[in-house]
Ligand binder design. Sequence first.
Ligand SMILES: *[C@@H]1O[C@H](CO)[C@@H](O)[C@H](O)[C@H]1NC(C)=O
Ligand SMILES: *[C@@H]1O[C@H](CO)[C@@H](O)[C@H](O)[C@H]1NC(C)=O
Ligand SMILES: *[C@@H]1O[C@H](CO)[C@@H](O)[C@H](O)[C@H]1NC(C)=O
Ligand SMILES: *[C@@H]1O[C@H](CO)[C@@H](O)[C@H](O)[C@H]1NC(C)=O
Length: 349
Amino acid sequence: MARFPLLSSFFCLISIFAASALAFNVSTITFDEGYSPLFGDGNLVPSSDGKSVRLLLDRFTGSGFISSDYYNHGLFSASIKLPSDYTAGIVVAFYTSNGDMFEKTHDELDFEFLGNIRGKKWRLQTNMYGNGSINRGREERYTLWFDPSQEFHRYTILWTQTKIIFYVDEVPIREMVRNEAMGSDYPSKPMSLYATIWDGSSWATAGGRYKVAYKYAPFVSEFHNLTLHGCPVDPIQFLQRFSDVDVCQAKTAELDAADFAVITPERRAAMRKFRQQYMTYSYCYDTVRYPVPPPECVLIPSEQKRFKETGRVIKFSGAAHRRRHRPSKRSRTRSGSNNIINAGNTSAM
Ligand SMILES: *[C@@H]1O[C@H](CO)[C@@H](O)[C@H](O)[C@H]1NC(C)=O
Ligand SMILES: *[C@@H]1O[C@H](CO)[C@@H](O)[C@H](O)[C@H]1NC(C)=O
Ligand SMILES: *[C@@H]1O[C@H](CO)[C@@H](O)[C@H](O)[C@H]1NC(C)=O
Ligand SMILES: *[C@@H]1O[C@H](CO)[C@@H](O)[C@H](O)[C@H]1NC(C)=O
């Protein structure tokens, strides 16, 4: 069982992740400068200086906010702290979408945090839809190398003309490079940024087995260091001018050239390491659902070995399944509070 996390892998990750931990040079804005309340009235609580905002869920309502503009490509980022303790059934979502404007043909890029029972970790899901491709979900799920309810961490969605990158702090955890075959499944219409907290009792935790327990309400999530970088546009006007001159050319070029748009070798190593250790589901490896993986999938054999044909990570149970690891000098075990779940390290289970 993964009760006794291995410090060796912990240190290993810290050093690999620290190597790429140059903070992005992005300016933050206040709540009023870039966002508007979406729902939840009194459960949406901006700080008096406007630099942070709390989203609460209680038995009456969740809450959410939305960027005041639509963006044609952009970098969307916030430092987020999730509710702690008993959080089963809760969903905190940080995502871009244009579902309000294009009901049947919407685009979407998601971070979804799925709460858990006490003592079990939050899980993170990322996803993408393009032009209403709702029957072609592209979900990936992960645990994290830290407890997201204990401190702020930065979550970032980068969406350019050519690629999408999801970052946790400065670690790219997922990259999708656009290709012809994806067609309109690649988001291409201007999107807004959304942040919400809501009751996902019917599915969020163990497929709906554990519901939101309102005796622990209110559940509080906090958003700080709000960042919006992109080309603000009116989506209708924008689409009408689609074939004309690109009004966003300068901004687009700026995004493409930015530091965070480049996955350096160090960042790629950190991404590999993260996915090797913390990814628990990938649609790319779910051959039951997709006998032919969607065109953007890059199948990495060493990674694929960890997954069953359902795309879920194989839970190893004994020596027969033991994988080979590079020995580490720091190798030692310790019981205790730093509950890094070692999704990838079978010897720890
Ligand atoms: C996995 O655990 C073993 C100890 O059982 C350790 O020696 C090894 O370094 C760990 N591997 C990784 C990748 O963390
Ligand atoms: C950060 O960005 C600002 C504005 O774009 C620029 O003036 C500044 O030089 C940058 N700082 C670093 C360390 O790159
Ligand atoms: C906001 O970002 C700055 C610069 O990266 C960082 O030092 C600070 O800790 C962040 N604040 C929170 C609450 O995450
Ligand atoms: C998006 O879907 C709509 C409806 O299915 C279709 O008419 C349209 O051509 C698609 N857009 C693109 C860019 O493929």
